[in-house]
Design a protein around this ligand. Structure first.
Ligand code: T1G
Length: 699
């Protein structure tokens, strides 16, 4: 049983013990009701305390149970809460650290709540595409007031217990103790003090009204509508809280339950729950045990003070880790430091960073022109020009100066990490750390595992990634690793669509309607079309048979590199990001079609989206079967956090599962018949073909 029962004097204490966050799984729920039953039967027990062991009161329903029978199996959470409310003896929740979702709802079912300061309190269900399903939308407004409660439920954000305790008229906490250490004793004393109080107070009996109900909820709906594109749950939260103000508690609870079950089965909720677990699963490497010893990273060196080197450095400064940046020339260093300062000052100006914190971070930063100054760093990350000869020179220098046991990392986005590792005498200490620009903003970090990379190096960088608030995914060594290898096929399809009859705006609009923030052509203009141009030139040498549309090269030959040159696929007005279609570009594409003897055809948005998205799916299936990625969910994490795949679709492979792999393969067979496309590419990857044939999904 993952709930312990112990009697202290005349108080029974039920302690949730389901690490890591006391998720309210079936056995924990059973343990609570068994404890309540024991307490009712024991005449010596006058009152009851429920608390959580370890680092949480409770993180809510056990997300790992969702979608299984256990999640709804009795006693379900509503039944547990009903058992608490029907207890003959007072039940006191002793809350600390984390009280979220079902955990907070459990506490709201208790007669009293005693909290420690510093406890993160939230109803974050909306972030999983659902809403509180155990009375949270009905009880929280009764103890906090309608507006503060609705704000918490719609945002899903955590608020500290001491802040909530200050809300005028709040009835969430009956007592806020002085410190977390004082909670246990104070909760016991409180439980004794209310042992004889009758009637037992029930949150459900509190009134729940809003003075301008209709107007307020209309305002709330308008606000929520604007901020929840693609997600149905936030608007439903408003409906559920409004129900709390409209009628009897039982009716409101029934309304909440109905909405909860509806939302649980929406594809958006399935996607969000998939991503919640996928993001956390990414840090687990199948052959690297969680208890693998990690190397201590007390200081970091960065080679290169350019855009990437500066952004990378900021991540470590933000985590309080000293950074020494090396450049070849003083002016390059000065420029790099100035850019870091500019980035911080912009954050200070926006109120996102306190001035003293800014100075603390800058105090951790030093610079040098000499490799010898780097020798004591525990980790060095090179972020120099993307050319193998330059990398070779840098790694040979690093190999000569860095202390034994230092980790040598390359920020390369496409080059062979195995080759780089063997420029040194210590390939086991070499790893790829592929940050995404802007490196101090983008959450994704591809950790590229060389053949020789030691397991403790991997374990160390995965732990370090969490510390610098990155979502790290391990990739094997191949051209483009995971994300860039997939976007290569996506970009090829985008080019073929132009050859066959689309305009850049039509392709972008179709995929943006699907949910991408930016289509491939607006994205190219943002990143710089010259980057893709350089990669295609390199690829033309390495893979001469790889078929591309020539339109992107024609565009670059006109110097239309994108926003940085004021014009690319689209035109741009200085200082604005609006992509303005350009007639000359459309004409250039038309003339190119004519030169190929292609008669343009009308292409549906559905075909555009399928070819772009399924090209990602097929390449991902190859990446999986080659072992470049450890699991399908890792690829979804890469593409959501690094390439803007729409969150409500859950990632390319989650989306393929939703569509049905049989249907994906059927579409690919159609595309393979198109002579202007790449029939060879559209042969389903063996893994995809097998799963589709067996009626299975990517796991
Ligand atoms: N259920 C199961 N496992 C959970 C969990 C949960 N609710 N929350 C966290 N974990 C696991 C997580 O997968 C990871 O596992 C480990 O705990 C540490 O998580 C009826 C139905 C609590 C603030 O949405 O926000 O209640 O990787 O890395 O940064 O209305 O986890 O170690 O194997 O995030 O310290 C509502 C979600 C559920 C809370 C801790 N509750 N969790 O953050 O650690 S729905 C939530 C969090 C619900 C009711 C409905 C955070 C945290 P592993 P972590 P952290």
């Amino acid at each position: 049983m993952t709930a312990e029962y112990k009697v202290h004097g005349n108080v029974a204490v039920i302690t949730l013990a389901n690490p890591p966050v006391n998720g309210l799984g079936l056995s924990t729920r059973q343990g609570i009701v068994d404890g309540l039953e024991k307490a009712q039967q024991d005449a010596a027990v006058k009152s009851i305390v429920i608390t959580g062991a370890g680092g949480a009161f409770s993180g809510g329903a056990d997300i790992k149970e969702f979608g299984t029978d256990k999640a709804m199996q009795e006693p379900n959470l509503n039944s547990v809460i009903a058992a608490i409310e029907n207890s003959d003896k007072p039940v006191v929740a002793a809350i600390h650290s984390v009280a979220m979702g079902g955990g907070l709802e459990l506490a709201l079912g208790c007669h009293y709540r005693v909290a420690a300061p510093g406890c993160s309190v939230a109803l974050p269900e909306v972030k999983l595409g659902i809403l509180p399903g155990a009375g949270g939308t009905q009880r929280l407004p009764r103890v906090l007031g309608v507006e503060p409660a609705l704000n918490m439920i719609v945002s899903g954000e955590a608020i500290k217990s001491e802040m909530l305790a200050m809300l005028p008229g709040q009835k969430l906490f009956d007592k806020l103790v002085a410190s977390p250490e004082a909670l246990a004793a104070e909760a016991l004393a409180f439980a004794q003090s209310v042992a004889d109080v009758r009637p037992l107070p029930l949150v459900r009996n509190l009134p729940c009204k809003h003075p301008q109900g209709d107007a307020y909820f209309q305002f709330a709906r308008n606000m929520v509508k604007g901020m929840s594109k693609n997600f149905p749950a936030p608007a439903k939260c408003v409906d559920a809280v409004e129900a709390a103000t409209k009628g009897k508690f039982a009716d409101g609870l029934a309304a909440e339950r109905e909405i909860f079950i509806h939302l649980m089965w929406t594809p958006e909720s399935r996607s969000l729950r998939h991503l919640f677990l996928a993001e956390r699963a990414a840090s687990k490497i199948p052959d690297v045990p969680a208890d693998t010893p990690k190397r201590e990273i007390k200081s970091v060196a960065v080679i290169g003070a350019g855009t990437m080197g500066g952004g990378i450095s900021m991540n470590f400064l933000n985590a309080g880790i000293p950074v020494k940046i090396l450049e070849m020339k003083q002016e390059a260093l000065d420029r790099g430091i100035a850019t870091i300062r500019k980035n911080y000052e912009a954050q200070v100006k926006k109120g996102k960073l306190k001035a003293d914190k800014y100075e603390q971070r800058m105090a951790l930063l030093s610079t040098t022109l000499s490799y010898d100054d780097l020798k004591d760093a525990d980790l060095v990350i090179e972020a120099v020009f993307e050319e193998i000869g330059v990398k070779e020179a840098v790694f040979k220098q690093l190999d000569a100066v860095m202390k034994p046991g230092a980790i040598l990392a390359s920020n390369t986005s496409t080059l062979d990490v195995n080759k780089i590792a063997h420029f040194t005498q210590r390939p086991q200490d070499v790893v790829g750390l592929h940050f995404f620009s802007p490196a101090n903003v983008m959450k994704l970090l591809e950790v590229v595992r060389g053949d020789a990379t030691a397991k403790d190096v991997l374990a160390t960088v995965m732990q370090l990634a969490k510390k610098i608030k990155k979502t790290a995914v391990v990739s094997g060594v191949c051209d483009g690793f995971i994300g860039n290898r997939m976007i290569e096929q996506y970009s090829r399809q985008a080019g073929f669509l132009l050859d066959e009859g689309c305009t850049p705006a039509q392709v972008d609009k179709a995929i943006e309607k699907f949910g991408f923030a930016m289509g491939p052509f607006r994205m190219g203009d943002l990143a710089g079309n010259d980057i893709g141009w350089a990669i295609r030139k390199r690829r033309a040498v390495e893979h001469p048979d790889m078929k591309y549309s020539k339109t992107a090269d024609l565009l670059c030959e006109k110097g239309r590199f994108g926003q940085k040159t004021g014009a690319g696929w689209y035109d741009y007005v200085p200082g604005k990001r609006d992509a303005i279609p350009n007639a000359e570009v459309v004409q250039m594409i038309e003339e190119h079609r004519k030169s190929l003897g292609i008669t343009p055809r009308k292409i549906s948005d559905e075909e555009i989206v399928q070819r772009l998205v399924f090209s990602l799916v097929n390449e991902a299936a190859h990446i999986l079967e080659e072992g470049i990625a450890n699991k399908a969910s890792d690829i979804d994490v890469v593409y959501i956090f690094g390439y803007g795949f729409p969150v409500h679709r859950g990632g390319p492979l989650n989306y393929a599962n939703e569509v049905g792999l049989f249907n994906v393969v059927q579409a690919m067979k159609r595309f393979a018949k198109n002579p202007l496309d790449d029939a060879q590419f559209w042969q389903p990857a063996p893994l995809l073909a097998r799963l589709a044939a067996e009626g299975k999904t990517f796991q």
